[in-house]
Write a new protein. Structure first.
Length: 299
């Protein structure tokens, strides 16, 4: 379980920390902390127990800004503001020294007009555009600019940039520019989210979550692991993964996903992006043991 991580969202939740974190875990991913005091609690916990800190951008909560910087926006002013926002956070994070900083990609999200996206959640209308609003050439150029910029900042501030897929456009998965850039800039890695992949698989008839995992897990350093139940509606978001949650009842095929991940990159970190308050400590231990058994059982 040395590859396991837990999340702390909104601040340092001591109750969640005591329930979720176990000795030997790799680290904690932090996001949207509301106070400097919470940051100090995280730093002290990391020092005392010897774990790594990862940051899901932004580290500091700021209601005045869009949460995810719009680094691929067509408007130069919006894009420049996004990069400035990142720089401000990186300066602040020098005191925390995170191993990685994670950003959603692509932002804005690029939506396939053939798909009904009513089940996809956005915090702000500015967070998405439609495929007719950007060409593959424009996406490639802006992504290359992003990679070059992040690579420079990662060397200056000593962190690993991690790009977490949001909804994935066919402009990405039907072309190979992203794989080329990931090979060109090996300091930049990916994060794959099992619940989000499953949701897109259910909403988007042209999308294949297994194929995405098979293609991109080799470039990943992190998996955000949780389950979600999708029947007529989306239910039980961020539910812990448990072996008894059946695909026949609308749950994601987590074991299938984990076996693909194991085959492609067994060194990837697993961040349990779940609500452990929904289950008992005994169920949580079963969750950890089950995932560890799939990923690390002898060949």
């Amino acid at each position: 379980m040395q590859q396991f991580m837990i999340g702390q969202y909104g601040g340092f939740d001591d109750k969640k920390y005591l329930k979720d974190f176990q000795n030997g875990f790799y680290g904690i991913e932090a996001c949207l902390f509301a106070s400097r005091e919470d940051a100090e609690l995280l730093i002290e916990a990391a020092r005392s127990r010897g774990f790594q800190i990862g940051v899901h951008f932004p580290f500091r909560a700021n209601a005045a800004r869009v949460r995810d910087p719009l680094v691929l926006a067509g408007d130069d002013t919006v894009r420049n503001d996004a990069f400035q926002h990142i720089l401000e956070e990186l300066e602040y994070l020098t005191a925390i020294q995170p191993e990685y900083v994670l950003f959603h990609y692509p932002k804005p999200v690029i939506l396939d007009e053939r798909v009904n996206w009513a089940g996809w959640r956005f915090g702000d209308r500015r967070e998405f555009i439609h495929e007719h609003e950007i060409t593959v050439e424009e996406l490639t150029i802006r992504t290359a600019q992003l990679f070059e910029w992040l690579d420079r900042q990662s060397r200056k501030y000593q962190f690993m940039p991690v790009l977490e897929f949001d909804a994935i456009s066919r402009l990405i998965y039907e072309h190979d520019f992203l794989e080329q850039l990931l090979n060109q800039y090996p300091r930049i890695r990916l994060c794959l989210d099992t619940a989000r992949l499953f949701l897109q698989d259910k909403l988007d008839p042209f999308f294949d979550a297994n194929k995405i995992l098979s293609t991109f897990t080799k470039y990943a350093t992190l998996i955000h692991l949780s389950n979600v139940q999708i029947t007529d509606t989306v239910q039980n978001s961020h539910y812990p993964v448990l072996p008894e949650l059946s695909v026949n009842h609308g749950w994601a095929p987590i074991e299938e996903y984990l076996r693909i991940i194991r085959a492609e990159n067994r060194n990837v970190k697993i961040m349990f992006e779940h609500r452990s308050d929904l289950i008992t400590p005994e169920q949580l231990q079963r969750c950890y043991t089950w995932v560890d058994g799939i990923l690390n059982a002898p060949d």
